[in-house]
Design a protein around this ligand. Structure first.
Ligand code: DLZ
Length: 162
């Protein structure tokens, strides 16, 4: 089985996001990749009804800072979900592993502590090409996938809380 295209999904399975408010925190490290993720996420949120004023975008320096940036958004705004976008590319040192562990555990912790969806839109790749392939390239855009996940999780919470 081939690698899944991140932008292929059934649009009918995605709830209407017209009444939802989203935070998007994006890492500027590897920005040629992460800004494409941002573009994909914002376009997909809008495609499903989210309005410009209900999409709050904030930038952080690197993926390690995504956790705190996402927490700031959750603390200072009333959001239905926070999408975290980043790209960590394997280098010559173990730095990759530590950043990936930090951001993965950080975002997991936020989900549970805030009882709010924090979406993991972070590419963790062996090289630049794998990242480009998943940021609007031949394997679609992880930003699209993250946006769809955010809408679905926000809708799930609304549905259960009623
Ligand atoms: C330092 C660093 C390195 C080497 N590589 C990446 C990377 O591939 N992707 C990424 O998002 N950030 C990287 N960083 C920066 C760290 O995330 C963080 O910003 C710094 O360690 C400062 O805390």
């Amino acid at each position: 089985m081939g690698t899944k295209n991140l932008s292929v999904y059934n649009p009918d399975s995605v709830p209407d996001a017209g009444e939802m408010r989203f935070g998007v925190v994006v890492s500027d490290w590897n920005k040629e990749v992460t800004w494409s993720l941002l573009d994909g996420a914002v376009k997909t949120l809008k495609k499903h009804g989210a309005t410009e004023k209900n999409i709050i975008v904030k930038h952080v320096p690197g993926s390690f800072e995504l956790t705190l940036g996402a927490q700031f958004l959750a603390e200072y705004d009333d959001l239905d979900a926070v999408i975290c976008l980043g790209c960590v590319i394997q280098g010559e040192t173990p730095h990759f592993t530590y950043i990936c562990q930090g951001v993965t555990q950080g975002i997991t912790q936020l989900n549970l502590e805030y009882n709010l969806p924090f979406i993991f839109g972070v590419l963790t790749t062996n090289n630049q090409q794998q990242a480009a392939d998943r940021a609007g390239g031949i394997l679609g855009n992880k930003g699209d996938e993250a946006a769809v996940t955010a809408i679905k999780m926000a809708a799930l919470q609304r549905d259960i809380e009623k």
